[in-house]
Ligand binder design. Structure first.
Ligand code: NAD
Length: 480
């Protein structure tokens, strides 16, 4: 049995409690490792060690810090296969996906922010009164980075890279459900001799280690990605302490397909947007709206292709759909499916768990599920399921689909398929989401602002937005 440790002050350490939590492989249902059940004592040590490292780390030149980031990227890349295997075992996602997307993106996060850091500049405003203003952007100190289980290393490093780039020290808490690659990441930081205390990892439950970190008076900023309910709770702690917060939360994203779409591209990409990573992506297109003239034709082909997706062992290169992340999550997704059945909705594809044989006989697998007939106000079209479940919904008019699309409490991402340029611009402006993809999905330029409106969060990650978040702006006004 593998044991994961906290990483504090450049050393792997046991939690003060000496208690450990089990880690499951979702594809086999077996416990394969254990991780520290850390509490506020471990968080205290981690924050202290960040504080000790802060002055020297923040005083390094940009080039030196950028070089550390590049070395981290190289260190992950050297062990890409090993990282991908660990991610797949820990999360249940197909190994092919971890190899092609998750780990390469973590590498890009470090390379991107190593470059961005060196191009970052602050503003200057001259005045007629013979004065000049310039903005200083200093690092914040020891910041908290808390991440979820669906894209474990990808999202973890999306926060850590800009925080370190701008000269902050980090105390990070990965998801207790998928901590494996964060541990490997700490090994890389040790191997490349990142100065002790610059990056600290504290593992454990959110309500225990995570909350202690959010509450710590010497942590001025919290960058969080996870569920909307958790985000609201974190905000309620951080706001009266006047901490900076960046909250990347849930989504219930519309995927809108007009009759004039580019047919094959819309179909194939919608399938990917629906079921990649078992539908466990905050940006998944889980509410599919199809213009009436192509509704039946689209439905038929979409269902046919979904039924061809192979649900199987994540380590098998032929597998399209792996396991969902945990037994609790498996039950949650199945309960949504059962509710749809009780409400008499039509299950066009899937609708049940998949029982595999051999190594995966006790794993948590669910068929790609397509449901028809849910009203736009139904829970299936309003609540985030975060699994391989989508609804198909016909529409007649642009104004009507806009209303459906904007009708949930969420506002993370929208997808739009049309060859009508005016409609693409018109709708993009009116969709209430932080991201709009037209004729594509998950096409990511790391310079763009990333995040959601409404209950999908507050603040933006990516590019300058992330670099700004991890600094405190100060205006200096000099009259001459
Ligand atoms: P979660 O909110 O349960 O947990 C996320 C992280 O927060 C974990 O590390 C957890 O331990 C920690 N946490 C939990 N309670 C805490 C507390 N009281 N104080 C501090 N930390 C705490 O979310 P999850 O189930 O891991 O992830 C799924 C959710 O994440 C979905 O809602 C999904 O949409 C969302 N998500 C959003 C984005 C985005 O960019 N907007 C990206 C990925 C996932």
């Amino acid at each position: 049995m593998q044991t994961i440790h906290n990483y504090i002050g450049g050393k792997f350490q046991e939690p003060k409690t000496k208690n450990y939590l089990p880690i499951y492989n979702p594809a086999t249902g077996e416990i394969y490792a254990q991780l520290p059940d850390s509490d506020s004592e471990d968080v205290e040590l981690a924050v202290q060690s960040g504080q000790e490292a802060f002055l020297s780390w923040s005083s390094l030149s940009k080039e030196v810090r950028a070089n550390y980031l590049l070395k981290i990227a190289d260190g992950i890349e050297r062990r890409l296969d090993y990282f991908a295997e660990a991610e797949s075992n820990d999360n249940g996602k197909p190994l092919s996906l971890a190899k092609a997307v998750d780990i390469p993106r973590a590498i890009s996060n470090f390379r991107f922010f190593a470059g961005a850091l060196q191009h970052f500049s602050s503003e200057s405003h001259s005045m007629e009164e013979n004065a000049i203003n310039y903005t200083l952007r200093d690092p914040l100190g020891v910041v908290a980075c808390i991440s979820p289980w669906n894209l474990p290393l990808y999202l973890f490093t999306w926060k850590i890279a800009p925080a370190l780039a701008m000269g902050n020290c980090v105390v990070a808490k990965p998801s207790e459900v998928t901590p494996a690659t964060s541990h490997l990441f700490a090994e890389v930081c040790q191997e490349i001799k990142l100065p002790a205390g610059v990056l600290n990892l504290v593992h454990g439950y959110g309500h225990n280690a995570g909350e202690a970190l959010v509450k710590h008076p010497l942590v001025p900023a919290v960058s969080f990605t996870g569920g909307t309910k958790t985000g609201a709770h974190i905000a309620s702690i951080a706001a009266p302490m006047f901490k900076k917060i960046s909250l990347e939360l849930g989504g219930k994203n519309p995927n809108i397909i007009f009759a004039d779409c580019s047919w094959e591209l819309a179909l194939e990409t919608s399938l990917r947007a629906a079921f990649s990573n078992q539908g466990q992506i905050c940006l998944s297109g889980s509410r599919i709206f199809i213009e009436r003239p192509i509704y039946e034709k689209f439905k038929e082909e979409f269902v046919r292709r979904a039924k061809l997706l192979k649900v199987g062992d994540p380590l098998d290169s032929q597998t399209n759909q792996g396991a969902v992340v945990s037994f609790d999550h498996y039950q949650k997704i199945l309960s949504f499916i059962n509710r749809a059945k009780e409400e008499g909705l039509t299950i066009l594809a899937g609708g049940k768990a998949v029982e595999l044989t051999g190594r995966c006989a006790r794993g948590w697998f669910i068929e790609p599920t397509i449901i028809e007939g849910a009203g736009s106000e139904s829970s299936l079209n309003q609540e985030e399921v975060f699994g391989p479940l989508v609804t198909l919904n016909p529409f007649d008019k642009e104004e009507e689909v806009l209303e459906y699309a904007n009708s949930t409490p969420y506002g993370l991402a929208s997808c739009l398929w049309t060859e009508n340029l005016s409609r693409a611009h018109r709708m993009s402006k009116q969709l209430k989401s932080g991201i709009v993809w037209v004729n594509c999905w998950m096409l990511r330029d790391l310079r763009t602002p990333f995040g959601g409106m409404k209950n999908s969060g507050t603040g933006r990650e990516g590019g300058w937005e992330a670099l700004r978040f991890f600094t405190e702006p100060k205006n200096v006004c000099i009259q001459y």
